[in-house]
Design a protein around this ligand. Structure first.
Ligand code: NAD
Length: 486
């Protein structure tokens, strides 16, 4: 890019200024504006982030469009090999990557290390598709005619994502997008700029050509919206809230761009009266409170049969009270979550644990358990994306399934039972993209498709080989081998 402003990408630390990466060069926002990023763990300033606008998006899309044809002309095997290099580089640098994630999110380094490893695994899984990217051949009614399928890149992809697991969120999109022969413009969350920049800089080092993976930092309503509206963007792949997804779907849909939306959840974990209550409690605590509840698959509704309700409540409340108050991503998030809990209590719910911001520094919320909220109450229907879970008492499986399905969302659901019949009935009737029996409301592994129904998504699946369908088109090729014979 002829900007005249090129800085050497800095690896291994969070720079004071997080710049865009466009066409292989690090550049500030053209308007010269910055956002201030604070450390969630103690509220102190961490870095400044380029506050990009439409003119920066314009340059990034131009860089992507310029780089894409040559990248697409390479064989899938070659693209896979380069992406494997990227995954291996990330594995080599996993401690640095995780330190960056821990710093910008406030999560424990151990958790960040697990996430980095998941991002590496996603890269290795996608890279393997280079030698495994199968299509189909079909029979035809006409003699001497062969019909086969070819995967085609889409062109330029806008990849917009949330902050909660920042490296996997980038990896889940950037690897399959690049593998399929697209060039991408990543708009990471404004809350987690540094890990996305680190990933994209490693991509350059691994041999991903300049312009194939660009990063534009900034606010969703500015840089993000400009990307969604840009006519040069062929696919918008978005992971974030249903509210934002609704706007993106409408806006990109109007210009007939392909849109993949992975949205929120109000996931339920059901505990039947034949369950191992101790095990169910362990999973409920992990599902509700890990990553400070900032998981699309978090168990924010615990639905318990009458017969084991009191025992489970006692264990859950004791378990929640014993957990530390972890940071959420921003002070605004902390205030929003605590306000929602307060409003629920005013509306008649009972606070059993947490519900307060501890004295410690940072944007912390104590693990919170409420009971007595009605299924139609605001708190029962709204995703809080924080460490808050609600207890509901039900008579039987039918009532449990009706309650689980009485939600705008349908991402994941779990049931704890010793009965195969109950487990299978739940799996068949529950409105969710992922069902777990005797475990947590956990997300996917790299080789498993992940996504939801209703307000949780628009039917696409991320990860797994299903992800390739997001980032490519199928072309049906008809070959009539000998026209003289037909
Ligand atoms: P968000 O919708 O506020 O933001 C997500 C991303 O979109 C950010 O990068 C943001 O800057 C950008 N954005 C915001 N407004 C935009 C606009 N008008 N145009 C373009 N981009 C815009 O969500 P969040 O608070 O970052 O993340 C939490 C949400 O993400 C929760 O709902 C959670 O469930 C969901 N999530 C879903 C999955 C999944 O796989 N289904 C995974 C992780 C998180």
């Amino acid at each position: 890019m002829g900007s005249g402003f090129s800085l050497t990408p800095v690896l291994g630390l969070i720079p004071d200024e997080n710049l865009n990466l466009i066409g292989g060069e690090t550049v500030p926002a053209l308007g010269g504006e910055w956002l201030e990023k604070l450390r969630p763990a103690d509220g102190s300033p961490l870095c400044r982030v380029a506050r990009s606008g439409p003119e920066d998006v314009e340059r990034a899309v131009a860089a992507a469009r310029a780089a894409q044809p040559e990248w697409a002309a390479r064989t899938p095997v070659e693209r896979g090999e380069i992406l494997r290099e990227l995954a291996l580089l990330l594995r080599d640098r996993r401690e640095e990557a995780s330190a960056i994630v821990a710093e910008e999110t406030g999560k424990a380094e151990e958790l960040a290390l697990g996430e980095t490893d998941a991002a590496v695994e996603m890269g290795l899984f996608v890279a393997g598709e280079g030698r495994r990217s199968y299509g189909r051949t079909m029979t035809a009614s006409m003699k001497h005619r062969t019909v086969l399928t070819l995967r085609q890149p889409l062109g330029t992809a806008a990849l917009i994502m949330s902050f909660n697991t920042p490296l996997p969120n980038v990896a889940w999109k950037a690897f399959p997008s690049a593998f399929c022969g697209n060039a991408s413009v990543v708009k990471p969350s404004e809350h987690t700029p540094a890990s996305a920049s680190f990933f994209a800089t490693l991509a350059l080092e691994a041999g991903v050509p300049p312009g194939v993976l660009n990063v534009v930092h900034g606010l969703g309503t500015e840089a993000g919206a400009a990307l969604v509206e840009h006519p040069g963007v062929d696919l918008v792949s978005f992971t974030g809230s249903a509210e934002t997804g609704r706007w993106i779907g409408g806006t990109a849909g109007r210009r007939l761009a392909k849109v993949c939306l992975e949205l929120g959840g109000k996931n339920a974990l059901v505990v039947c009266d034949d369950a191992d209550v101790e095990n169910a409690t362990r999973w409920a605590l992990a599902s509700a409170f890990s990553n400070s509840g900032q998981r699309c698959a978090a168990a924010s509704r615990i639905v318990v049969f009458d017969g084991v309700y009191d025992e489970l409540r006692e264990r859950l409340v004791a378990g929640a009270a014993a957990l530390p108050a972890e940071p959420v991503i921003s002070d605004a998030a902390r205030v929003r979550i605590l306000d929602a809990v307060e409003a629920a209590v005013e509306a008649g719910a009972t606070l059993l644990a947490g519900g307060a911001a501890p004295e410690e520094p940072g944007f912390r919320v104590a693990p919170t358990v409420l009971e007595g909220a009605a299924p139609g109450d605001e708190i029962s229907r709204t995703e809080l994306f924080g460490p808050v879970t609600l207890l509901y008492r039900v008579r039987d499986l039918e009532e449990a399934i009706a309650l689980v399905n009485d939600s705008p969302y349908g991402l994941t659901a779990a049931i704890h039972t010793a009965s195969v019949h109950r487990a299978m009935r739940f799996a068949e009737l529950v409105q969710a993209g992922v069902v777990v029996v005797n475990g947590g409301t956990h997300g996917s592994e790299p080789h498993m498709g992940f996504g939801g129904v209703k307000d949780s998504g628009t039917g696409w699946r991320e990860a797994g080989i299903e992800a390739l369908d997001v980032y490519s088109d199928w072309k049906i090729v008809n070959v009539i081998a000998d026209p003289a014979l037909t």
